[in-house]
Design a binder for this molecule. Structure first.
Ligand code: HEC
Length: 138
């Protein structure tokens, strides 16, 4: 199994069994959002980021994901986009970065952990940012 596929599968298994995020996950997610996502999606996640303004496909408002999905926050879809990027066959490449690779590389180099621990750290960071997004749905 490919690493990213394994990472997604492992975490989705955890998510589907889990209840709601505790506050500490949301606080961590909020700080990750502020340092990595706000430049494109805007500080309030409504899509007005400075860098995002330059793109042809504007980074979407992330506070209305639930509203666009019959009021249900699309947790696993959002998680997948964060880890794997957007898969948009026929639509050319997307400006949405692939954060799974970034979080992995960061854990491997910065913390000197082994691959399996790096995967857990990466998955946890992605998960917390998605919990944060879930917490700011309108
Ligand atoms: C370099 C700019 C950029 C950064 C930084 C960025 N994004 Fe995105 N993001 C985009 C763009 C552009 C899209 C729309 C892509 C498309 O439709 O092809 C997108 C789409 C998404 C979507 C899918 C929304 C939907 O309607 O399904 C999610 C979820 C998302 N981003 C979350 C994040 C998170 C969380 C971070 C930070 C970890 C982040 N993004 C950082 C540019 C960015």
């Amino acid at each position: 199994m490919k690493l990213k596929t394994a990472m997604t599968a492992a975490v989705l298994a955890v998510c589907s069994g889990a209840g709601h995020a505790d506050d500490s996950a949301i606080v961590l997610g909020k700080s990750i959002y502020g340092s990595l996502c706000a430049v494109c999606h805007g500080p309030d996640a409504k899509g007005g980021g400075q860098v995002g303004e330059l793109f042809e496909v504007k980074p979407p408002d992330l506070t209305t994901l639930a509203a666009q999905n019959d009021g249900q926050f699309p947790f696993s879809d959002a998680y997948e986009v964060v880890i794997l990027g957007m898969e948009a066959p026929g639509h050319g490449s997307s400006e949405m970065p692939i954060w799974g690779d970034y979080f992995m590389a960061d854990a491997l180099t910065d913390r000197g952990v082994n691959k399996s621990d790096a995967m857990t750290i990466a998955a946890g960071r992605a998960l917390s940012v998605v919990y944060y997004l879930e917490s700011i749905q309108e």
